[in-house]
Design a protein around this ligand. Structure first.
Ligand code: MN
Length: 246
């Protein structure tokens, strides 16, 4: 099990990677489940923009989105994270962002499919959640527990859920998994959009996606190399450990 200190250090790095790779901007967030207390999760407070997040910016929440002990302003959409952790005991890390290339697939009937090998981790199905289905006209923000639970229900057992007219939420069994997924998701979307301008496209088959998952290990040397690469690009390579954890 990852030690809490290492986990929080990785969460700082993850914030900066997501900002540097243009997955998040001033909005959007990444969280991790507390490795020692599964009924809690960690996420930076609202005014800390991801590219400059420090350890002191990280707050702890219950799954109901309530702060454990802090008076700083939490992100309004913390209910995305709480809802997913509550519904999915297997999930250890969550990202929510508004990456532009994913948005067309949330407002049309064209499903987002895995079309490149690095995009395989989005899984074979990417459902679209429409907040209007159960809540009518809202400001589209996931701003309470009912919204968060409804979103988590739509995510189901999948890895990513698109949010109509808003963005996406991604969930995975480790922080590195969810960062990798969130970095390649917009790239996969861009490739699919480009292919659709040319004509019909061929997505990865279900068997190919399964084969990618079967081979993948979150703390393998290969994956660690990608984590080091992204961290270095984001200016925080010095914060990354030298070798993957066992
Ligand atoms: Mn949002």
């Amino acid at each position: 099990m990852i030690k809490l200190d290492d986990a929080l250090n990785e969460l700082v790095i993850a914030n900066r990677i997501l900002a540097n790779e243009n997955v998040v901007d001033a909005y959007g967030h990444v969280s991790i489940r507390n490795p020692d207390k599964p009924e809690r999760f960690f996420m930076a407070h609202m005014l800390a923009t991801p590219e400059i997040v420090e350890r002191t910016d990280i707050l702890e929440f219950g799954l109901d989105g309530e702060l454990v002990s802090d008076s700083r302003t939490p992100s309004i959409e913390r209910f995305i994270h709480g809802g997913i952790y509550e519904a999915r005991p297997d999930v250890a890390a969550v990202v929510h962002a508004h990456a532009e290339d994913t948005l067309p697939f949330g407002i049309t009937n064209v499903p987002l499919r895995p079309v490149i090998h690095s995009g395989s981790f989005i899984g074979t199905q990417v459902p679209v959640w429409d907040i209007a289905d159960n809540f009518g006209d809202t400001d589209l923000l996931v701003s309470n527990t009912a919204h968060g639970r409804d979103l988590a229900r739509c995510l189901g057992k999948n890895h990513v859920v698109l949010m109509r007219g808003h963005g996406f939420a991604a969930a995975a069994q480790s922080l590195i998994d969810v960062i990798r997924l969130s970095v390649y998701l917009p790239r996969n979307a861009r490739v699919q959009l480009a292919a659709m301008r040319l004509g019909d496209f061929k997505p990865l088959s279900d068997g190919e996606v399964a084969a990618r998952f079967a081979r993948y290990k979150p703390y393998s040397a290969q994956t660690w190399r990608a984590w080091q690469y992204w961290a270095k690009r984001a200016g925080c390579g010095h914060m990354v450990g030298k070798s993957p954890k066992s």
